[in-house]
Design a protein around this ligand. Sequence first.
Ligand SMILES: [Fe+2]
Ligand SMILES: [Fe+2]
Length: 245
Amino acid sequence: MTTLERAEAAEHAMSQELDRVVVKSVIYTSGERDPRVPAPRPPDNGKLYMMGQDPRLPQMPARPTLMDFFKYRFGPANHLLQSARLAQKSGASEKVILACLVHDIAIAGFIRGDHGYWAAQLVEPYVDEEVSWAIRYHQALRFFPDESVGYQYPAMYTKLFGPDYKPEPYIERAHEYARNHKWYMTSRLLTVNDLYAFDPTVQVTLEEFTDVVGRNFKQPKEGLGLDDSPSAHMWRTIMWPTRYL
Ligand SMILES: [Fe+2]
Ligand SMILES: [Fe+2]
């Protein structure tokens, strides 16, 4: 068996243990398999398809908050917490601190590619426009140095992507646009506080930012994802990622 076949067999065995059949979204497997080919579908064996809470995932509260998503759906948030702490220590505004706290939530719990755009859209209905703007443009700005604030091209990117990596034209355009925008420095400060090297000895808790979040993130009373905002469906997908429809 190939690695992929073994993974699919293991997955098949796993889905057999579930009461419901799970069919993965194409985006989870595209690349490992050709998205043009019909996806192999686990036999239902008389079972129903997954439509709600996946029992393999921790159950979220009835009215989830941003903090609940951090607790139940996002991977270790050290990078976000340390970046927010750094911004706070440097005396940055609460907008910058909040932007730092959530700037990579797409990587932590949703979709990696174009993560700055996804994160901006996720939070857009609930934060000041300047905050989501800063998050959106950190996607582009982090590739371009700004000597005036001591920001250099991250050495980590050379290591990760190689010395010849060049951002796509849409990233260059976004950088040009952001450079001349009145909120440029808000997004730039996000990249300045964006930690590329994590200090394992520094422990920051989510609770340190309860007040900043409380003042700057408009938590919907119905629960994040259960409201009717333009990005509610994205939060629901994070909460229930394996629903058939
Ligand atoms: Fe990022
Ligand atoms: Fe980051």
